[in-house]
Design a protein around this ligand. Structure first.
Ligand code: C5P
Length: 228
């Protein structure tokens, strides 16, 4: 790893959507390009960190200098995250599907008979909340994301408390956010950083710049590596 403010640190990042299988050819997913999470992993590697990126299915290349674990479902993502611990800091940028099919059909479901197949959903694990609530092996700094369409700061502050994380990076994904076409899949982002200290508004910037700024803040929060 290059020299830099995160030298000697292990950062864990989740990115992308998850795909929750319904049958061998169908799945449930959230909209997510993975651009912001991958940019954070890349920026952390450039800052000298050892980086583990747990990525759902995305069409992005693996960032340089990053150890990438490719997963499909939320349960696989949680297992990969747990296997990657311990970490000094963890950033949960993935858009994890909240629900999955209660059972996966072994064969492709057929549309014959004119009846609609039943789809029973069950809840997925909350990866951010699970890791933030660990008593053992909790990363010192746990960062979540919040995509909201209204009352962005209020909802994100409530989410920070509920999830038990240290920071929330909150963005307005409504069409009024000023980013043409909305933030999904876009190259820029406008966020609020919500912490115990309060709320900081970061003006619209590229996802790469948001990533660099966040990585700088993570390095500052972790402080210098203790001399051994
Ligand atoms: O609850 P909500 O999906 O709005 O929370 C978003 C934050 O929680 C993101 O940081 C996301 O990566 C994380 N999350 C997670 N596992 C889930 C759902 C959300 O890690 N099952």
């Amino acid at each position: 790893a290059p020299a830099g403010p995160l030298k000697g640190r292990h950062l864990l990042v989740t990115s992308g959507p998850t795909h929750e299988p319904i049958d061998p050819v169908r799945y449930i997913a959230n909209r997510s390009s993975g651009k912001q999470g991958h940019a954070i992993a890349a920026a952390a590697a450039r800052a000298g960190a050892q980086v583990t990126l747990v990525s759902g299915p995305v069409s992005l290349p693996d960032p340089a200098g990053v150890d990438v674990r490719h997963v499909e479902s939320a349960r696989e993502m949680l297992a990969a995250v747990e296997a990657a611990l311990p970490a000094d800091a963890a950033v949960f940028a993935a858009a994890v599907a909240d629900w999955r099919a209660a059972s996966e059909a072994a064969e492709k479901m057929k549309k014959d008979g004119g009846t609609l197949p039943p789809l029973t959903l069950t809840e997925n694990p909350d990866i951010l909340a699970t890791i933030a609530h660990l008593s053992n092996r909790r990363p010192r700094l746990v960062v979540g994301f919040a995509a909201e369409t209204q009352n962005v700061v209020t909802y994100a502050q409530a989410k920070r408390a509920r999830k038990g994380c240290d920071w929330i990076v909150a963005n307005d994904v409504s069409q009024r956010s000023g980013i043409p076409g909305g933030v999904m899949g876009a190259d820029s982002n406008e966020v609020h950083l919500i912490s115990a200290e309060g709320v900081e508004h970061w003006p619209q910037a590229s996802k790469a710049d948001v990533a660099e700024r966040l990585v700088g803040r993570i390095a500052a929060a972790l402080g210098p590596l203790e001399a051994s």
